[in-house]
Design a binder for this molecule. Sequence first.
Ligand code: URP
Ligand code: ZN
Ligand code: ZN
Length: 466
Amino acid sequence: MSTVIKGGTVVTAGDTFPADVLIEGEQIVALGQGLSGDKVLDASGAYVIPGGIDVHTHLDMPFGGTVSSDDFFTGQRAAAFGGTTMHIDFSIQPKGASLRETLDIWQAKATGKAVIDYGFHVAITDLSEALLEEMAHCAEYGVTSVKLFMAYKGALQVDDTTLFRAMQQAAKHKLLIMVHAENGDAIDVLIKDALAADNLAPKYHALTRPPELEAEATARAVRLAEVSGAPLYVVHLTNAGALEAVRLARARGGAGHIFAETCTQYFFFTKDDLAREGFEGAKWVCSPPFREKHDQAALWQGVADNSLEAVSTDHCPFWFEGGQDGRTPGKELGKASFAQIPNGCPGIEERLMLLYTHGVRTGKLSLNRWVELCSTNPARLFGCYPQKGAVAPGSDADLVIWDPEAKRTLSAATQHQRTDYTLYEGWEVVGAPRTVLSRGQVLVDNGEWQGEAGAGRFVHRRPFGL
Ligand code: URP
Ligand code: ZN
Ligand code: ZN
């Protein structure tokens, strides 16, 4: 069975050209003019782009005294509606578990539910000698990126000894180290000070996690990576100071491979959003927190000049009013104190539309750079290019027919993410997916769901740089 996508303009990270795209089974087999196939999908007036790849998500994740509200079906379906056809989720090591056991726990969450392809990063919380040795098997597991949290003291945080030893082992086995870079020890002191002073409202979440503590942790992680020789990817970078640490590392040159992402939401909100009326600000509680307007400008500059290689979502949704009607507990857990608000925001669905509307349409990003940031660079950095992230013969037919003029109004009432709010309520976007395919199968067509639970597959990724 073949499918041809006809009459569109193919947009890749490096090129823009008119072409039909011929798909046989699960893969692209040809690009050209006048191609024909058993089934025809109309792309006239539209772009044909590689499906989005979101390398920072937390589906069905136990966190903050509850569990994130999207599972692998609802979260992935929402991703597909927004044009994302692959994601890499964080598989978090329960204390004492092996890496294999950890990955098996996450695999069980995905099995039977997945609708798009996915991979895992493994997050180390408890580094024993056995675990260090097991890192040698990560490539065999197809999981070639290892995350460490420098914050969330008493929960996920690791110390510098752990971070550095993991980096040394990662350097040996070509694993990409990822860090949540905030100084968790100093933040812990600031949180305790705030609680003692009875400063309990959501805005204190941002005030107890100042940007300097992200910049410091970023610079520390970068230096440790340079000494260890490990490639480093800084996740959810939010501010000018942290970006400076990345730029300085690049300017030093040396052997280091230092990369960084930001996330969609950091372009649009500031710490003032946490001070919204009543408890409303809890919707904007995530870590690192939202910063200042000038940081947003720095991030736009960072994605334009390649200081930031990718934009992901850190999708970690919670209900605003959870714990009832079959909902897991959510943000309401923190009504008495900001320190109990589960950290995280939804966003897996909106990324491509927001960056197209506010990046491409405003001239901040070229079309090709948009594709590069949202799909191709993630595939390259995380060992699955050109299987993913490309529109080329031999690549998986994970494709989006993108209507550049389609208008949508983002709203909790119409979103597919399993939460009762969106950060972007009432925002209009221009540019949205018309048709979304995963390995040649149509998942979404003109807003209609055609996917099948269980069809998504684990993507076995290559070691860094291979
Ligand atoms: O607030 C956030 N970002 N929650 C998810 C966990 C993390 O730190 O990425
Ligand atoms: Zn984080
Ligand atoms: Zn995260």
